[in-house]
Design a protein around this ligand. Structure first.
Ligand code: SF4
Ligand code: SF4
Length: 109
């Protein structure tokens, strides 16, 4: 199996990868280089973080995540995805309600 790792020398600490990680396994450390790091045992190798990095400093490395840790990480990712779906449904409902309140513009002259 593979996980991802961050090139600490290249990371600009923007935080985008941390925001999208469904297992919250990308951590921010305010010491030293002030950078982000991946805790590999929480990584499910979904690859979501890779394309959001503006400096392409996240790459794949070989690492075997222990089975128990992988199971926990997958459970976390499922909960994250369910939460994202709920938030999207809530947003869609708010948009629909707001649009319904807008007075219709007459097309007749
Ligand atoms: S590959 Fe997925 S689980 Fe692993 S650090 Fe990136 S976003 Fe998180
Ligand atoms: S997205 Fe890239 S540059 Fe930004 S914090 Fe993550 S690894 Fe660092």
């Amino acid at each position: 199996m593979a996980v991802v790792a961050i090139d600490l020398a290249a990371c600009i600490n923007c935080g985008w990868c941390r925001r999208v990680c469904p297992t919250e396994t990308i951590k921010y450390f305010s010491t030293g280089h002030r950078t982000h790091v991946v805790e590999p045992d929480g990584c499910i190798d979904c690859g979501i973080c890779v394309p959001v990095c503006p400096v392409d400093c996240i790459s794949v490395v070989d690492y075997e995540v222990p089975v128990i840790a992988l199971t926990e990480a997958k459970t976390k990712a499922k909960a994250f995805a369910a939460n994202q779906r709920r938030m999207k449904q809530d947003r869609d409902a708010i948009v629909a309600r707001t649009i319904a309140k807008i007075p219709k513009v007459s097309t007749h002259a």
